[in-house]
Structures are given as C-alpha cells and as structure tokens.
Design a protein around this ligand. Structure first.
Ligand code: ZN
Length: 244
C-alpha cells in the first residue's frame, strides 16, 4: 500500500466516524473476493464453454425459448452456495448494527449481504434465493433449483423462474424507490466494486446530495472525477482497515 492510499483510508475512516446515514452501493467486485466470478470481467465467464455469451443466456427471450439451456448455465455459473461473506460484507453489516449505515444497494444476486447480517439491502437485480412459479406465483427457495434437474416446476405444473432481473427485463419499482430514498437521505455514500457502466448505477448516484462520495474500484470508472475520495484498490484492502 502506498502513502496516498493509506492517507485515503484514513480519510475514509474519519468520514465513517462522523457519518450517521451511510449508504453503500456495490457491484460484482464485492463478491469476487468471496470467489464469485464477475461475468463481465475478462477473467470471468466470457471465455468459457457455453455456446452463447452470458448476456444472451441471461435474457428474458432466452429463458422463454430455451428454458432448459438457461437452467444448465444458471445452475453451473450463477449459484455458488459455498460462497461465504467476506470482510466487506461483514464490516457493512456491523456499520448497520451500530446505527451508522442505513442501507446497502447492490447489483449482486448472491444474498451475501444478508448472510453477513445486513437487514436493509436493496437488491437491484434480484436474488438467487427467491424463486417463483410463473403460473400460480408460489415462492420457492434456492433448493427448488439446486435439488432439481432440467426445468424446475411447481406442484401446479408451472415453470419456476428465479426472482433475478434478466436482460430485457425492468427493475422492481419498490426496490428502486427504496434505493433512491436511502441514497437521497444519506450523508456518506461509498461506491465499491463496480465499473458503474451498468444501468441503473450511474443514474441512481445522481440522487446523492450528502457530504462525501467515496469510490473504491480497481479500475477507472466514468464517475472518478465526481468522487471526493478515489481508492483504486480491492475492497478487502480498504474494509479490513476500517474500524466501525
Ligand atoms: Zn405453481
């Protein structure tokens, strides 16, 4: 760690100390440190064995037309039941417990923030832990997917679909509304592990009018110039040094 990075983390620590309504906005980089691959990164799922790119398989059209192929990929690549929360998930949960953080807004679908103990989590892209029958709307947990083969079906005969926002699908209104409210009322916003290239990340950030905007990402993002503090490193390097 170089001096400027150490100074940056000290700066973040003092802002965390004085803040009472922190919101964390996170992307794939939060979960890669738990061993969950980022399918947009070059080390991710792109160069793998499937006939279609992930964006095609994870689309509404593909789900409707090739449901079995969707589930072959989905079970193989999108569900990581062995993954455990890492230091970033744990520190954020602790901040919430101590009344400093009001919400986590995440683009991840793995449920690791809740596994770490976080209560208010706006999952913009849904969760692999929730699934529902497309016919009678009965809800199912993740085991209906992991413990079945082929196309998972409900007792009523309907096809079960993950409560995950696929390409071509819109976000859940209540989730977006909750995220916007939390962001607009926050005093410190920490953005981490996202390139901010994916809708609706950049748009949501415009609702922030608090004191300090902190951006933690290994690579450059289109919002770097808007940050009050920019840390170009892994999230674990930062959160392992932050005391709540
Ligand atoms: Zn059903």
């Amino acid at each position: 760690m170089n001096t400027s990075q150490a100074e940056g983390i000290d700066q973040l620590q003092s802002w965390v100390n004085e803040s009472k309504r922190i919101v964390f906005f996170g992307g794939a980089g939060v979960s890669t440190e738990s061993g969950i691959p980022d399918f947009r990164s070059v080390d991710g799922l792109y160069h793998q064995k499937y006939d279609y790119p992930p964006e095609t398989i994870l689309s509404h059209t593909f789900f409707m037309r090739n449901t079995k192929a969707f589930y072959d990929f989905y079970r193989d690549k999108m569900i990581c039941l062995d993954a455990k929360p890492n230091i970033t998930h744990l520190k954020l949960a602790e901040m919430e417990q101590k009344g400093k953080l009001t919400a986590v807004v995440t683009q991840n679908i793995d449920g690791l923030h809740q596994a770490a103990g976080s209560k208010t989590v706006y999952e913009l892209h849904g969760s692999v832990h929730r699934n529902y029958c497309t016919k009678c709307h009965t809800f199912y947990d993740i085991h209906c997917i992991t413990e079945s083969t082929g196309i998972p079906t409900c007792e009523c005969g309907g096809i079960i679909k993950p409560d995950v926002v696929l390409y071509e699908e819109g976000l859940n209104d209540a989730t977006v509304t909750g995220a916007v409210k939390a962001i607009s009322e926050s005093d410190l916003m920490i953005i981490g592990g996202t390139s901010l290239a994916v809708y609706p990340a950049a748009g949501l950030l415009h609702y922030f009018h608090g004191n300090h905007l902190v951006l933690i990402n290994k690579s450059a993002t289109p919002m770097d110039a808007d940050a009050d503090l920019l840390l170009q490193c892994g999230l674990g390097e930062v959160f392992s040094r932050i005391e709540v």
